[in-house]
Design a protein around this ligand. Sequence first.
Ligand SMILES: *[C@@H]1O[C@H](CO)[C@@H](O)[C@H](O)[C@H]1NC(C)=O
Length: 252
Amino acid sequence: MADTELRQRKPQGDDDKPAKKPSAARSKSKADDDDYPPWLDILRVLSFIFVASCGLSYVISGGESFFWGMKNKPNYLRADWWKAQMSGPAYLTLEELSAFDGRDPAKPLYLAINGTIYDVSNGRRMYGPGGSYSVFAGCDAARAYVTGCFAEDRTADMRGVEDMFLPLDDPETDAHWTATEMEKLRAEELEAARDRVHRALTHWVDFFANSKKYHRVGYVKRDKDWLEKLPRRELCAQAQNGRKKRRINEDD
Ligand SMILES: *[C@@H]1O[C@H](CO)[C@@H](O)[C@H](O)[C@H]1NC(C)=O
């Protein structure tokens, strides 16, 4: 019996099973190495990555897809998100922004609120053409978010919106207060109304800022005096119609 054969047999002991012991395995694989093509290893690794990727895609997409084909991909799976992170914020004029209103399916869908631009491509059904919020796409319609007048108020001009939260004058009711009291009351009403506008807009500003579905791409580029150059607007009819007369508090 050859020396090597003895060494191989020895560790197997009484066990009759095929060579599984380290030394035997080592010598076996050494023998196999010659007719074991290296591309087989690469193929194994690639098929492992493929299967793992399918599994990961399935888990991350919540069972939607094996091949990362999700409608609402998380930001880190989106090439355009990474591009936006790398290239820094975009500065678009309102005219440039209007090209991203969704009518060109090759372009992402953008909207702006109070000067900040968001990519809302993940909400194309809502913000795209024919969607119920399509008026917000491709523009900064901050005013419309607060007044609810989608058609008329596609502008970021918030001047005078507080009127919608101010009570209507009514000589009969207002006779309840003296002129001095009325002056003080009006000042309080105005402050409260401005606060309500601010809170209403903040709600939507925060909604987009904190959204996982949409991401910020930049800011609206405007002249410094853009607001002064616009004519003052009337409060839209729907918001105007929601105003009520002053109420006399019985404690007064
Ligand atoms: C809207 O933008 C103006 C100007 O940048 C800023 O002063 C204001 O606080 C913003 N409003 C809200 C509600 O974020």
